[in-house]
Ligand binder design. Structure first.
Ligand code: ATP
Length: 279
């Protein structure tokens, strides 16, 4: 890790016609971390990622990605940034191996194409035409292409949308392996709260083009210190001291408390509260 942030954004604004997509976003991503950008549909996540990746223009604000302005950065910068967006290129008639070998030529110091296919679990599909891949395999190929150039920073825009549960777990293992490599910073957008808990060191919540919260997934929205809810057959109560209440119930029931559970707000509870969703 270094002290220079991988991403530094101040006052980022973008409108489409009279629709304000980004109303002044501030964002810092530290080198080596996995940062999740979370927010409801239309919050501005894709717009933010695409501006940071140099794929979209901004109206206003200061943006530094790996120390450069993506609107002006050149080929050397581009080779240090990996992008996996929602609209992947149309490569249907190539085989998996051909695609990876072809795109390796775009990078000054590419990873070995065979190693990349191993990394994403596609080695046994190298000879398959891309149009024959399943949705999950296709996304893995997108990631393979995104990491070919040994990026210092990897953008993943909703990488597991449409995956089955097993494919999501495998994908998480892949992202963890990448994150464990030195110098790979990951900025991930997602709608899945379990994905944030599984992968992210830090989470930034955006809603209507603004940052509404940021922090550690375990403590977001004050959930680590929030009141607990104790439920049992026949009752429920919110309390700051669940241990005392459970002890009291245990005495009252003369032993086992029927249907006992003690819960704190989940990340989903904290998130829905932060974005102002009706409960
Ligand atoms: N090319 C475009 N032209 C016009 N409006 C756009 C365009 N792209 C995005 N917008 C609008 O900008 C706002 C932010 O969209 P964006 O795609 O960045 O949100 P998002 O958080 O990625 O949403 P989702 O979770 O649905 O992918 C939305 O109101 C959207 O309708």
């Amino acid at each position: 890790m270094t002290d220079t942030p991988a991403v530094r954004v101040r006052g980022l604004r973008r409108t489409y016609g009279d629709r304000v997509a980004l109303a002044g976003i501030d964002l810092d991503v530290t080198c080596g971390e996995v940062l999740a950008l979370l927010g409801p549909n239309g919050a501005g996540k894709t717009t933010t990622v695409e501006i940071l990746a140099g794929l979209r223009a901004r109206d206003d604000g200061e943006v530094r990605v790996l120390g450069e302005d993506p609107a002006r950065a050149g080929l050397t910068w581009r080779s240090r940034v990996g992008v996996v967006t929602q609209g992947a290129a149309d490569l249907a008639e190539l085989t998996v191996g051909e695609a990876v070998r072809h795109f390796a030529h775009y990078h000054p110091d590419p990873r070995d194409p065979g190693e990349v296919l191993d990394l994403v679990g596609l080695a046994d599909r190298a000879r398959a035409r891309i149009r024959t891949l399943s949705g999950g395999q296709r996304r893995r190929l997108d990631v393979a292409l995104g990491v070919l150039g040994r990026p210092r920073l990897l953008f993943l825009d909703e990488p597991t949308t449409g995956f089955d549960p097993q494919a999501r777990r495998q994908f998480w293992a892949l992202i963890r392996a990448l994150a464990a490599e030195r110098h790979t910073t990951i900025l991930l957008t997602t709608h899945y709260l379990d994905e944030v808990e599984a992968l992210a060191d830090r989470v930034v919540v955006v809603a209507a083009g603004r940052v509404v919260a940021e922090g550690d997934p375990a403590t977001l929205g004050g959930r680590a210190t929030a009141r607990s809810t104790v439920r049992w057959t026949g009752g429920q109560r919110d309390t700051d001291n669940p241990a005392a209440l459970v002890a009291d119930l245990t005495r009252r029931y003369g032993g086992t408390v029927p249907g006992l559970s003690v819960t704190r707000p989940s990340l989903e509870d904290a998130y829905l509260e932060l974005i102002g969703a009706p409960s």
